[in-house]
Design a protein around this ligand. Structure first.
Ligand code: 13P
Length: 247
């Protein structure tokens, strides 16, 4: 049995005051949600506030990006050890918006994933195609270069998020069947590279316009091990209703 992960990616939304107020509402709503792991990824500026606001709860906090060097003259960057020291457990790596607007490559994603693992952060490594038509070839390439070079031990500690770029913020999601097919395809890539046990254990999350209304039919697919939610994670009631779907 794979424990589902329900992640919230806040992108470039919310300041510290808004973060505090979110958690005041959200905490009681997920008090009994022991069936899944909850990970919220606010901006760097909000991490400390979020960590403080969730201390003593089951809610975990992650960053949305990191740089692979431990420290140094890299103006504007934030390192894995800094994120770990701020109390985070997770970090999103290779989100399509990072790839698209900030030039991230598969090679960089691999370096960031390794840097995160080196300091004990759990990387949520994102993959996904821009156009529906070439999903398999894009996923194969991303998997091969951004994930395939990890060691077995490193791979065992990551989470994969499949986010078709055409579904992000678009109001359009993959149908549950298509999403499940793609997750199955990714699991086959995992099996070929890391073996059957790794393929059975890896959590593959789905992301792209997840809302309380469409989440139920997607999570009903055994291939889908949770979500990475953008817009709907900004509202405590919406996000809690996605978290609590299986209660
Ligand atoms: P939306 O849920 O807003 O489409 O964003 C998805 C996403 O990019 C999560 O990482």
């Amino acid at each position: 049995m794979r424990t589902p992960v329900i992640g919230g990616n806040w992108k470039m939304y919310k300041n510290p005051a808004e973060t505090t107020s979110f958690f005041e509402s959200f905490r009681p709503l997920v008090e009994y949600s022991g069936h899944c792991e909850i990970v919220i990824c606010p901006s760097f500026l909000d991490l400390e506030t979020a960590v403080t606001a969730t201390r003593g709860t089951r809610i975990q906090i992650g960053a949305q990006n990191l740089y692979w060097a431990k420290e140094g003259a890299f103006t504007g960057e934030v390192s894995g050890p800094m994120i770990r020291a701020s109390g985070c457990s997770h970090v999103i790596v290779g989100h399509s918006e990072r790839r698209r607007y900030f030039g991230e490559t598969n090679e960089g994603v691999l370096k960031k994933t390794v840097a995160a693992l080196d300091v004990g952060l759990i990387p949520i490594v994102c993959v996904g195609e821009c156009e529906k038509e070439n999903a398999e070839s894009v996923l194969m390439e991303q998997f091969r270069y951004a994930i395939g070079a990890l060691s077995d031990g490193q791979f065992a500690r990551i989470v994969i998020a499949y986010e078709p770029v055409w579904a992000i913020g678009a109001g359009e999601t993959a149908t549950p069947e298509t999403a499940a097919d793609t997750h199955r395809f990714i699991r086959t890539l995992v099996k070929d590279r890391f073996g059957a046990e790794a393929a059975n254990n890896i959590r593959i999350l789905y992301g792209g316009s997840i809302k309380p209304e469409n989440a139920k039919s997607l999570i009903a697919q055994p291939e889908i091990d949770g979500f990475l939610v953008g817009g709907a994670s900004l509202d405590p009631v919406s996000f809690a209703s996605i978290v609590n779907l299986e209660l």
